[in-house]
Design a binder for this molecule. Structure first.
Ligand SMILES: Nc1nc2c(ncn2[C@@H]2O[C@H](COP(=O)(O)OP(=O)(O)OP(=O)(O)O)[C@@H](O)[C@H]2O)c(=O)[nH]1
Ligand SMILES: [Mg+2]
Length: 221
């Protein structure tokens, strides 16, 4: 009843909610972006183990933004072997797996075979994929990672916003070059856009969010 009322209230007053995953290789700038969007400030970061989640209210949409650490990825699940069951569960994010109704018959093996990010995929409306545009050595890895994410069933309906981040650094590739490197033109069945950003300077982030909010609004009745 509560949920029905909330939905009714939301549809009458135009408040929308969207769940967004911020993904990308480690050091791409995901956490810096998250807090730039949320607080308007640059925070000092350490590599994210697990996730950060914050709410960003923008353009009449309440974005629930999940920033998943890039140290682990869909292709390289966490391999944590420990006798301490609690450590295994917390480090692997498998509590979230359970929350989505997945049964882990063998907790230890379950954590090891379940790619870590996948626990966060259900009910996602959009992916923000962050690339370090100056890290040219790892663009191939960033591309492979990106296309593997797009293959995931749970993310088939999600729209994609790419942030070509760290534009302030010398040698950073521009949006056209990142488009080519990530082979964005291979994306056929969903809406996507790329924006040049500098999380440090605060440039491009809200332009991307404008595109995202307009795209999400036009996609929902
Ligand atoms: N010059 C520059 N540095 C940036 C920018 N965005 C982030 N950084 C720096 O890049 C480093 C990594 O940023 P994080 O936000 O921690 O990266 P992350 O993607 O969250 O990394 P993981 O948590 O390891 O996945 C930090 O030193 C940031 O200050 C940017 O636009 N320009
Ligand atoms: Mg981080």
């Amino acid at each position: 009843m509560g949920i029905v009322f909330t939905r009714l209230f939301s549809s009458v007053f135009g408040n929308r909610e969207a769940r967004i995953l911020v993904l990308g290789l480690d050091n791409a700038g995901k956490t810096t972006i998250l807090y730039r969007l949320q607080m308007g400030e640059v925070v000092s970061t350490i590599p994210t183990i697990g996730f950060n989640v914050e709410t960003v209210q923008y353009n009449n949409i309440k974005f629930q933004v999940w920033d998943l650490g890039g140290q682990t990825s869909i292709r390289y699940p966490l391999f944590i072997i420990t006798v301490d069951l609690l450590t295994v569960v917390l480090n692997c994010g498998c509590l979230e797996c359970n929350a989505y109704g997945l049964t882990l018959v063998d907790m230890d093996m379950g954590c090891r075979i379940w790619p870590y990010w996948r626990c966060y995929f259900p009910n996602t409306q959009a992916i923000i994929y962050v690339v370090d545009s100056s890290d040219t050595d790892r663009l191939v890895t960033a591309k492979e990672e990106f296309h593997a994410i797009l293959e995931e069933d749970e993310l088939k309906g999600a729209v994609v916003l790419v942030y070509a981040n760290k534009q302030d650094l010398p040698g950073a590739l521009d949006d056209a070059a990142i488009t080519e490197s990530l082979e964005l033109h291979k994306i056929k069945s969903r809406q996507w856009a790329i924006f040049k950003t500098s999380a440090i300077k605060g440039e491009g982030l809200f332009e991307g969010l404008d595109w995202l909010s307009n795209t999400l609004k036009s996609g929902s009745s």
